[in-house]
Design a protein around this ligand. Structure first.
Ligand SMILES: Cc1cc2nc3c(=O)[nH]c(=O)nc-3n(C[C@H](O)[C@H](O)[C@H](O)COP(=O)(O)OP(=O)(O)OC[C@H]3O[C@@H](n4cnc5c(N)ncnc54)[C@H](O)[C@@H]3O)c2cc1C
Length: 447
C-alpha cells in the first residue's frame, strides 16, 4: 500500500521555495482513494502535483500532503473517428505526442514544454502559440474524473450545470484530484512545421505583425529584447508557423542535448550578461535564415533540449512573471513594463510576447483573456527583484490585467482578487480537503 513519505527540498520549477513535504507517489488509480482518505484522516490538506513545471507555489503544500500523479499515466482509449483521447491524469505530453502522431493526430493546445501532465495542464488551463485559434486546453476537455476528499469520484464535462467543471478547468488542483481526462485532439498529417522568423524593430511593429499573422498562421509567438530602450523598446523576433503539408509522422526526436550539471553562481546573472545575450540573440536572429520546415520539437519546445535549464539561475532560483493586459491598454502597459525593466536593470533572457484571441475562457479562474501577454524570467536577487515585480504589478493592475498563477510565487491577495473577478464564485467550489501555499496567500480576505 502506498504511503506518504517525508521529502526534504520539494520544489517547483522556479526553485525559490524549497520546503519539506509529505509526498506519495502512487502508480495505480485504485491507490488514490486510500491516499486521499489517509490525508483526510490526519487532517492534512491535500494537493496533486504533476511534473512540477509550474514555477511558483501553486504546486507546493508544505502544511499538508502532496500526491504526485506523474506515475498514474496509462493510456485508456483513443476513439479515432471522433478524435477523443482518454488517458490517466499523470500521462505527460511527451508520452502522448508520438502516440497521437502515429494516428495523424496532435494536441489541440500545447505549452512551451512537453514535460507536463494532462492533469497539470488542465488544472492550469494552459495556453500555447495557437491561443488566437484554439483557445486554451480546457476548451478541448470533453470529460474528466474528479476525486473529492469525501471519497466520491465524479465524472464532469462541459454540460455540468453545477459550476464544478468550470472551477476545475484552471482550478489549480483545488477542487479535487483529477484522475483521468478525455481530450478532443486535432488532425495533423505529420510532425513538421513550416516556420518563419521575422525581426521587428519595436513594439508598434510587433502589434502590426501580430494582427496580420493571426489571420494567416496557426502558431505565433515572439521573443523580445527586454533590455533595448528608446526607439528600440520591444524589438524582437516574431516566430510564426503552420503544420507542414508534407513530412514524416515521426519528427526528428527532441532529445535533451545538454543538461545543466550544477547551479551557476547567481552573480553570473547580471545586467551586463543579460543585456549582451539579448543583443547577440536579436542580431543573430535578424541576420540568420528566415524560413524552414522544422520538427515540431524544437518549434514548440526549444527549452526542453537543455535539461534542468532552471539551474542556470543559481541557488536563489528565479521568478517568472507572466501578465495579460486587455486590448485597450496593451500598447501603453507593455511599453511601461519594458521601460520599468530597462530602468531597473534586471532584465530577462526569456521575454516572450503574444496576443491572445477573443475566446471566452473555459475556466472560472483561467488565466487567458483577450489582450497581450508578456512572460519574463528574473533571477532572484532578493528585495530588489521583488521591488521591480511590485512595480510591474501596479502597471498590470492599473491596466485591468492579471498574473498567471502557474508562474507565480509572490502575488498578493489584492492582486489576485482584482485580476480574477470570479474568484469568489470559484472559492465556493474549492474542496475543503485541498489547499496549496499559493491559495493560502491569495485567498486571504483582510480587514
Ligand atoms: C519551459 C516552460 C514553458 C512553459 N510554457 C507555457 C506556455 O506556453 N503556456 C502555459 O500555459 N504554461 C506554460 N508553462 C507552465 C506549464 O505548462 C504549467 O505550469 C503546467 O500546468 C505544468 O504541468 P505539470 O504537470 O508540471 O503540473 P504541476 O506544475 O505539477 O501542477 C500544476 C497545477 O496543477 C495541479 N495538478 C497537477 N496534477 C493534478 C491532478 N491530477 N489533479 C488535480 N490537480 C493537479 C497542481 O496542484 C498545480 O496546481 C511552461 C513551463 C515551462 C517550465
Amino acid at each position: 500500500m502506498n504511503r506518504f513519505h517525508v521529502v526534504d527540498d520539494f520544489q517547483s520549477w522556479g526553485r525559490v521555495v524549497k520546503a519539506q513535504h509529505r509526498v506519495a507517489v502512487p502508480h495505480w488509480r485504485d491507490e488514490l482513494q486510500g491516499l486521499v482518505a489517509t490525508a483526510v484522516g490526519k487532517d492534512q490538506p491535500l494537493l496533486a502535483a504533476g511534473l512540477r513545471r509550474s514555477y511558483g507555489d501553486s504546486v507546493l503544500n508544505p502544511a499538508g500532503a502532496v500526491i504526485r500523479m506523474d506515475q498514474v499515466s496509462r493510456m485508456i482509449s483513443l476513439d479515432r473517428e471522433n478524435r477523443l483521447l482518454r488517458a490517466e491524469a499523470g500521462a505527460s505530453f511527451d508520452m502522448l505526442i508520438p502516440l497521437l502522431l502515429e494516428n495523424q493526430l496532435f494536441l489541440p493546445v500545447t505549452p512551451g514544454t512537453r514535460f507536463v501532465t494532462l492533469g497539470g495542464a488542465v488544472a492550469n488551463d494552459v495556453h500555447g502559440k495557437n491561443h488566437h485559434r484554439n483557445g486554451s486546453i480546457g476548451d478541448w476537455v470533453r470529460k474528466l474524473g474528479l476525486l473529492r476528499s469525501d471519497g466520491r469520484e465524479i465524472i464532469l464535462g462541459p454540460d455540468d450545470q453545477s459550476g464544478l467543471f468550470r472551477a476545475t478547468i484552471g482550478g489549480l488542483g483545488l477542487t479535487g484530484l483529477i484522475t483521468w481526462v478525455e481530450l478532443e485532439v486535432v488532425p495533423a498529417s505529420n510532425g513538421y512545421i513550416d516556420a518563419e522568423t521575422i525581426a521587428f524593430g519595436n513594439l508598434d511593429e510587433f502589434f502590426e505583425l501580430s494582427s496580420r499573422s493571426d489571420e494567416t498562421h496557426e502558431y505565433t509567438v515572439s521573443w523580445i529584447d527586454c533590455m533595448a530602450g528608446g526607439l528600440s523598446t520591444g524589438r524582437g523576433l516574431f516566430v510564426r508557423g503552420n503544420h507542414a503539408k508534407n513530412g514524416a509522422a515521426r519528427p526528428r526526436a527532441g532529445n535533451t542535448r545538454f543538461s545543466m550539471p550544477v547551479e551557476l553562481p547567481t552573480m553570473c546573472m547580471n545586467r551586463y550578461s543579460i543585456s549582451t545575450f539579448n543583443k547577440l540573440y536579436y542580431w543573430k536572429g535578424r541576420l540568420s535564415r528566415k524560413n524552414a520546415t522544422v520538427s515540431l520539437y524544437p518549434f514548440f519546445y526549444p527549452l526542453d533540449s537543455i535539461g534542468h535549464w532552471n539551474r542556470m539561475y543559481g541557488r536563489g532560483g528565479m521568478f517568472q512573471y507572466q501578465s495579460v493586459v486587455p486590448p485597450e491598454n496593451q500598447r501603453d502597459a507593455t511599453r511601461e513594463m519594458l521601460n520599468a525593466i530597462e530602468r531597473g536593470g534586471q532584465g530577462s533572457f526569456l521575454a516572450v510576447l503574444k496576443t491572445f484571441g477573443h475566446r471566452k475562457a473555459p475556466g472560472m479562474i483561467s488565466f487567458p483573456k483577450p489582450g497581450t501577454t508578456l512572460a519574463l524570467d528574473f533571477p532572484n536577487h532578493g528585495p530588489s527583484t521583488l521591488a521591480l515585480l511590485d512595480r510591474l504589478d501596479d502597471i498590470v493592475q492599473e491596466a485591468g490585467g492579471r498574473l498567471y498563477p502557474a508562474k507565480d510565487g509572490r502575488m498578493s491577495a489584492r492582486m489576485f482578487q482584482s485580476g480574477f473577478e470570479n474568484w469568489q464564485a470559484f472559492s465556493n467550489h474549492v474542496d475543503p480537503g485541498f489547499s496549496s501555499l499559493f491559495w493560502q496567500r491569495v485567498s486571504y480576505v483582510g480587514d
